[in-house]
Design a protein around this ligand. Structure first.
Ligand code: ATP
Ligand code: MG
Length: 301
């Protein structure tokens, strides 16, 4: 990528990329922000997204061929913030063989029989692949913190369930991410920051439009009562776990077209830093290729 282009992408991402959590405040992040884009010129944003998707497709091909790094993209958000649509659009051009998406729902009985990281560790992408976590181990310091009765279901030994449990979880998550980074994982964490008002609008749309009825969940709507507790949990979580090797991107999510663009550019930027190349072929292999060509050309028909 050209230097000037890279610089523009960096500047675009700068307000959203949190690499040092200390002092992080959610109120400094506006869910309606769209930078210089407006609903009038959103066509421009869509074009840029298309270019980003093309670039990503190429980068993913190299990532796969090189087979060294793995990319972990993790998405957290309130309901209706647009996780699914963002994943679908941003990954639309990428070879399905190189990507795996895992959605983490409420834990199963088998999951609950293990430590909280267990199910996520099993789903980590192989080298050369992109893994997407649609929700993740971060639910352990979000929904489980907001609804403490969920913690009881985990059947932890009593002596370990102290006031410090959330601090311990932030610390453990941080350590595990550091470990993964040291093993060749590029970790990008996205919080799609939708506003309380926009979520209501989207829920009403799900009620109004017959094709969207299936998406409506009364349980999701009831969770709105805990909005404040969730926002506090998100803020504390980001403050504790945003690191250089595992940044949080707080993406404005009231405009879907903008969310998709910002997420795509964040991935483009991170993959560009890897300076991915197709593996170079050595002298031995070149000889082998020449021989294969000779054999093919010598075929009678
Ligand atoms: P969609 O509703 O668009 O299909 P979703 O991600 O909201 O996507 P759901 O089937 O609603 O999917 O399941 C997600 C639910 O599972 C959320 O309410 C989430 O809080 C809950 N969940 C995820 N991980 C955990 C966890 N570790 N402990 C408890 N609940 C969890
Ligand atoms: Mg849901």
């Amino acid at each position: 990528m050209e230097k000037s282009q890279k610089k523009r992408i960096r500047e675009f991402l700068e307000p959203y990329c949190i690499t040092q959590g200390k002092g992080f405040r959610l109120k400094d992040h506006d869910p309606t922000d769209t930078q210089k884009f407006t609903s009038e010129n959103k066509g421009e944003a869509k074009e840029l997204l298309e270019r980003g998707v093309e670039w990503l497709t190429e980068a993913q091909g190299k990532l796969y061929a090189q087979d060294r790094w793995s990319v972990l993209l993790l998405f957290q958000a309130m309901d209706a913030a647009g996780k699914d649509g963002t994943i679908k659009h941003v990954m639309s051009g990428v070879n399905p063989q190189g990507v795996q998406v895992t959605s983490f729902k409420a834990p199963s009985a088998e999951d609950l029989d293990h430590d909280f990281m267990w199910r996520c560790m099993k789903a980590l992408p192989e080298r050369g692949r992109i893994g997407i976590f649609n929700r993740s181990y971060y639910e352990e310091v979000l929904v489980v913190k907001v609804h403490e009765q969920l913690l009881a279901k985990q059947r932890l030994p009593e002596a370990l369930v102290t006031k410090k449990i959330w601090e311990h979880r932030y610390e453990d998550i941080d350590h595990i991410e550091r470990y993964l980074a040291r093993n060749g994982y590029i970790i990008l964490k996205f919080f799609l920051n939708v506003s309380h008002a926009e979520q209501k609008r989207r829920f009403l749309e799900r009620l109004d439009l017959p094709d969207k009825n299936w998406k409506f969940s009364t349980a999701d709507a009831n969770e709105r009562r805990h909005w404040k507790a969730y926002m506090e949990a998100y803020e504390t979580m980001i403050a504790h776990t945003a690191k250089k090797h595992a940044p949080w991107y707080v993406i404005p999510a009231d405009n879907k077209w903008f969310t998709r663009l910002a997420v795509a550019l964040a991935i483009v930027d991170a993959m560009d830093n890897l300076d991915l190349q197709y593996p170079k072929v050595g002298a031995e292999k070149k000889k082998e290729l020449a021989e294969a060509r000779r054999v093919l050309m010598a075929e009678k028909k």
